[in-house]
Design a protein around this ligand. Structure first.
Ligand SMILES: [Fe+2]
Length: 319
């Protein structure tokens, strides 16, 4: 691979669409996010981390509009703006502000927002899950610590996953444009028949998540899910229990464990069938970590409801 155009700093947000912002806010609140801003046209939700928002919902037909990635500086925006088909550098006319370049992957037409200078509020203070001893500590030695019921508290956006009929060409463009590195690739039959490709950020010797982007082979091109890191394992299980108790939302898969990457997962659908993941990792990787090529696991069934739950792409409000 030749030198990539830039190396992105992180994933920033997913931009979805839904016809009822009240219903989306209710779902995302039960899922564990917090309202950052809301306009007539859109809802902006944040986690406990220091990002203005990590989830945008525009009012409209369900589907996904774009994925935002944070770049390091304006020089990176200029490099991306010079690519064929890219927008110029734009001011973002939304809560949180910032500057961006928009461009499409040439394989599927997925819209990417490269972002810089969005407001960064302070992290939200979060009490640990094991909240308190009941009464006088001396009297309660031996009593169990009690967890409180309630939603998870989402910390940050970890990754986005796409279904595409052309996995290899898609991830090659993402690597070449945004400096991503292969972590794991999985094949079916011949080793060159890659059906799943997990790609991580290149932060040199600083550890990063197993993947910020996963593409898998599917007949339809679209987004499959957005994945959000929660506080810890208590928070993930309490949040799972909470969504079950609420009883309004469809559970897709989990709680389970992805073995190669060491990740705990729990997938839920919003009221329009758009998938959101609660996620934790036990492993981190650096730029030197070896590529892993392996057969696709049996649980990867392209015909399953899980694999076929794909959000179609919607046109941006302003092209
Ligand atoms: Fe995921």
């Amino acid at each position: 691979m030749t030198t990539p155009t830039i190396k992105i700093a992180d994933i920033a947000y997913g931009r979805l669409r839904a016809p009822d912002l009240d219903a989306m806010e209710a779902f995302l609140s039960e899922f564990g996010m917090f309202r950052s801003a809301r306009t007539e046209r859109a809802l902006y939700m944040r986690g406990t981390g220091p990002s203005h928002h990590i989830h945008v919902t525009e009012k409209g037909e369900p589907g996904f509009v774009s994925v935002g990635y944070r770049v390091r500086d304006e020089d990176d925006l200029r490099r991306l703006a010079a690519l064929p088909g890219a927008s110029g550098i734009e001011n973002v006319d939304e809560p949180g502000g910032g500057r961006r370049v928009r461009l499409r992957d040439p394989v599927n037409g997925f819209l990417i927002e490269a972002l810089c200078g969005i407001e960064q509020p302070a992290a939200l203070p979060i009490a640990p899950r094991p909240l308190r001893w009941s009464g006088d500590v001396l009297k309660t030695i031996g009593d169990p610590q009690r967890l409180q019921f309630g939603p998870s508290r989402v910390k940050r956006l970890s990754h986005a996953v796409f279904s595409t009929p052309r996995v290899v060409e898609t991830v090659q463009w993402f690597r070449q444009t945004f400096g991503l590195l292969i972590t794991d690739e999985m094949y079916e039959g011949d080793r060159s028949n890659i059906v799943l490709s997990f790609n991580r950020l290149d932060h040199g010797s600083d550890p990063v998540d197993h993947h910020v982007l996963n593409c898998y082979h599917g007949e339809v091109a679209g987004m499959q899910h957005l994945s959000y890191e929660v506080q810890d394992v208590d928070d993930l299980f309490v949040g799972h229990n909470h969504l079950k108790r609420v009883g309004k939302y469809e559970h897709m898969r989990g709680v389970g464990y992805h073995v190669p990457g060491g990740q705990v997962y729990d997938y839920w659908l919003d009221p329009w069938g758009q998938m959101h993941e609660h996620w934790l990792t036990t492993r981190r990787f650096t730029a030197d970590s070896a590529i892993n090529l392996m057969p696709a696991p049996k649980e990867h069934d392209p015909q399953s409801k899980f694999a076929r739950s794909v959000m179609p792409q919607r046109k941006p409000a302003t092209a």
